[in-house]
Design a protein around this ligand. Structure first.
Ligand SMILES: *Cc1c(COP(=O)(O)O)cnc(C)c1O
Length: 397
């Protein structure tokens, strides 16, 4: 790390730490020959979309990967979630119990499904919805429980399943961030009523764009397939208001190449995570959220908490790091209930969520971040801590 004094920081006119952006997106590039070999299959077959051979293989392989009966692919996670929420919501009810400290588009997705977000708190240790935080919000209007896995480790799968069982309210998981993980030895993908995933290029599996839903419920899978294809069922009748939101063959080819490559990628992610863990252990004021290695972990995201003795605010820290060409982000901030939307949202006191939303940030990770980069990043964090009083006095511009 080159910086000697606070003036060397990019926010005060110094040279940025990196000459090109280090991002928090995965952007993995699987082996191009593998991608081309899958692509050749559909190209020679002459079918480019509408569930050709490659997409069929992609659905089969993902169902196997998750150990579940059905995988229904979509052009993106967003529409997979909308269609599944619409299908699972209890008739005549509108509320979806979900966390507010979560993915920034999630309430929009609920609104697109014609439902109303009803926000609950998150567990301060796990950073996610649990049976305990969700239960007080379940009432006669509850149509669905939306269990969202946090960015590191999994949410309270067993507890939420028991709550769903007890209340009769269906449980959908947004499992985008836990695609590779297990919970108490159970592979993510076969839990709750259904689980939704994304293959957008910033996620663990890069299919350029794409998403899919896994379920063991035959009727749900059939309904989702129909909804995805304009609401036309297997007999060719238009029986429900669907959308045209299917996966195309080229994206499916990329998805398969990514799937073939996933173990190597997870090994790389693990090395990056260990490099961060090693380095950050001696930086005061910063705590890394550790993966629970008694489970399967994808090691994709590097999430840190800024502690009481960290010298500047989380937002100033993100701003400072951005100016060094590190595309760090605040973790799920602002929380969803504090955003201006045009639709109804239900919530009460979410002070825990609001407090947590001020403390966490994501550090660069993924395919383009090397262990040498990580040493630089850790060195910069230590430098900020050491020069904290001066940076605080000058402010971050
Ligand atoms: C990215 C993401 C989605 C949406 O997936 P897209 O494929 O980008 O539409 C949903 N939930 C979470 C948690 C995500 O991170």
């Amino acid at each position: 790390m080159q910086k000697q004094k606070a003036d060397d920081l990019a926010c005060y006119g110094g040279q940025p730490l990196f000459d090109s952006i280090r991002s928090i997106s995965n952007l993995v590039r699987p082996d191009i020959e593998t991608f081309l070999a899958y692509s050749k299959q559909f190209f020679e077959n002459g079918q480019f979309t509408d569930h050709g051979v490659v997409e069929a293989l992609h659905e089969r392989r993902l169902a196997e990967f998750h150990g579940v009966r059905h995988c229904v692919s979509f052009c993106g996670g967003f529409w997979g979630l909308v269609m599944t929420m619409k299908s699972l919501a209890l008739p005549g009810r509108r509320e979806v119990v979900m966390p507010s400290l979560t993915y920034r588009r999630l309430a929009d997705i609920v609104a697109w499904a014609g439902l109303t977000p009803h926000f609950c708190e998150v567990d301060p240790e796990l950073l996610c919805i649990t049976a305990e935080t969700a239960a007080p919000h379940i009432n006669e209007h509850t149509a669905l429980i939306l269990g969202v896995h946090p960015i590191v480790n999994c949410c309270d799968v067993d507890g939420l399943e028991a709550l769903s069982e007890r209340t009769g309210v269906p449980l959908l998981f947004d499992a985008v961030e836990s695609v590779y993980e297990s919970h108490r030895g159970r592979k993510i993908g076969a839990c709750g009523s259904a689980e939704c995933f994304s293959m957008q290029s910033s996620k663990l599996f890069n299919a350029f764009e794409g998403g899919y839903v896994t379920t063991n419920d035959d009727a749900l899978a059939e309904r989702l397939r129909a909804l995805r294809d304009y609401g036309v069922d297997e007999s060719g009748q238009m029986t429900m208001p669907g959308l045209g939101v299917r996966q195309n063959e080229m994206h499916a080819a990329m998805a398969l190449a990514a799937l073939d490559d996933v173990e190597r990628q997870v090994d790389d992610n693990r090395r990056r995570y260990y490099a961060y863990r090693r380095g950050l252990s001696s930086v005061p004021g910063v705590r890394l959220r550790e993966f629970d290695e008694s489970e399967r972990c994808g090691f994709k995201n590097i999430l840190v908490e800024l502690l009481e003795d960290w010298p500047i605010s989380r937002d100033d820290t993100v701003k400072l790091l951005n100016s060094e060409k590190m595309l760090c982000r605040a973790y799920y901030s602002p929380p969803l209930h504090q955003k201006k939307t045009g639709y109804d949202m239900i919530f009460g006191d979410l002070s825990q969520t609001e407090r947590l939303a001020q403390r966490f940030m994501l550090l660069p990770c993924g395919y383009f971040v090397s262990e040498a980069d990580i040493e630089q990043i850790v060195g910069l964090l230590a430098f900020i801590y050491q020069n904290g009083a001066e940076i605080r006095a000058r402010g971050v511009r």
